[in-house]
Design a protein around this ligand. Structure first.
Ligand code: AN7
Length: 347
């Protein structure tokens, strides 16, 4: 039914708030039996790739756009590593308002770029990284009065709390560990706020440990200093100076969790395992948590039997180039049964 309707009572919605809805949220919480038994835990993936624009961003964007319209704004602007731009462009299209997106030139996965262009956004490729594009977008918003819909917009993080509520509604409790990729550090902060709100309401008894995973080449929260030249195959989290760093640090500290870094190689290995042993295709950034759990397992630091939820933040289809660089080519045959029989080895 869409996040605004589903969680209306928990969101800052008034009668005059426009009814924006692309049927986002209510994404599947998928139990992963093969990966679970490999790790010795009960592992679920919250498949945010099932959202209308293919990532978790829709949960907060729907509220940010509704509130922007309520406040009389008539255009939106954001900087993005790809998914925020796709989401913003989708909701702007649904409401018939202009959308400006600033992307780091050449560093956005093909599917995300196709989405933003297809939804009709004005797409601006900045010769600089995401952090610089975000500074520019903020200045552009100030000068023009466009609504800024990056997660510096508080409504984004409020809407994203709905992910935590859904997990608790389905499991009947919070997981022991909440494993999540961290880029601009908004989502981990939103989930922590969401779990805390549910605890206050008496809907859950215990809070999870918040485990935040970054790519080694873009790990300002792990190494505790901004990273001026972030680099990783997981372009969604190629971010060196996260705006919500303070909130994310608090979430990790208060929950007894930690930040950890995984290599690009580990991320791509986890992506293949999730697909080939889980049947779920998530984009590289989304696989940093599984890479982290596999690393913890190897290091003997993964507690037996815990329930863990990892947030599979974006759909694997968004980045076909990275996937294709990891896998073999199809087997080509002539159109004869003889040729086919040569490759069918299922006995
Ligand atoms: C798939 O789209 O920042 O820590 O501009 O696309 O809340 O930033 C994307 C981030 C994880 C990190 N997984 O979340 C953007 C952008 C995916 C993402 C993250 C992003 P945050």
């Amino acid at each position: 039914m869409g996040v605004l309707k589903h969680y209306r009572a928990l969101l800052p919605i008034a009668d005059k708030t426009p009814d924006v809805n692309l049927e986002e949220g209510s994404t599947p919480l998928i139990y992963l039996p093969r990966v679970s038994s490999h790790l010795g835990i009960e592992l679920y993936g919250k498949f945010e790739g099932c959202n209308p624009s293919g990532s978790f961003k829709d949960r907060g964007m729907v509220l940010a756009v509704a509130k922007a319209l309520e406040d009389g704004k008539r255009a939106i602007i954001c900087a993005s590593t790809g998914n925020t731009s796709a989401s913003a462009a989708a909701y702007a299209a649904s409401q018939g308002i202009p959308c400006f997106v600033l992307l780091p030139a050449g560093k956005v996965a093909l599917g995300k770029l196709a989405q933003a262009l297809m939804y009709g956004a004005k797409v601006i490729a900045v010769n600089g990284n995401f952090d610089r594009a975000l500074e520019l977008a903020r200045e552009g918003a100030e000068k023009t009065g466009c609504a800024m819909v990056n997660s510096v917009n508080p409504y984004r993080l409020i809407g994203q709390r709905s992910g935590a509520w859904e997990i608790c509604d389905v499991l009947g409790k919070a997981p022991d560990w909440h494993a999540i990729p961290v880029g601009n550090a908004g989502n981990i902060s939103a989930y922590w706020a969401g779990y805390n709100e549910y605890k206050k309401l008496g809907k859950i008894e215990a809070l999870p440990r918040m485990m935040g995973f970054q790519a080694e080449g873009a790990a300002p929260l792990v190494y505790n200093k901004p990273c001026p030249n972030p680099e990783t195959v997981a372009t969604a989290i190629r971010i060196g100076n996260p705006v919500s760093a303070h909130l994310a640090r608090a979430a990790v500290q208060e929950s007894g969790g930690e930040f950890n870094a995984v290599s690009d190689e580990q991320i791509l290995e986890a992506q293949r395992i999730l697909a080939a042993e889980g049947g779920v295709f998530a984009e590289p950034a989304s696989c940093a948590p599984l890479a982290g759990l596999l690393k913890f397992k190897r290091e003997g630091r993964l507690p037996e039997g815990i329930t863990a939820v990892m947030i599979l933040t974006g759909n694997g289809l968004k980045d076909p180039d990275t996937a294709m660089s990891q896998v073999g080519k199809p087997i080509e045959i002539n159109d004869t049964l003889e040729d086919l029989m040569r490759v069918l080895e299922c006995r």
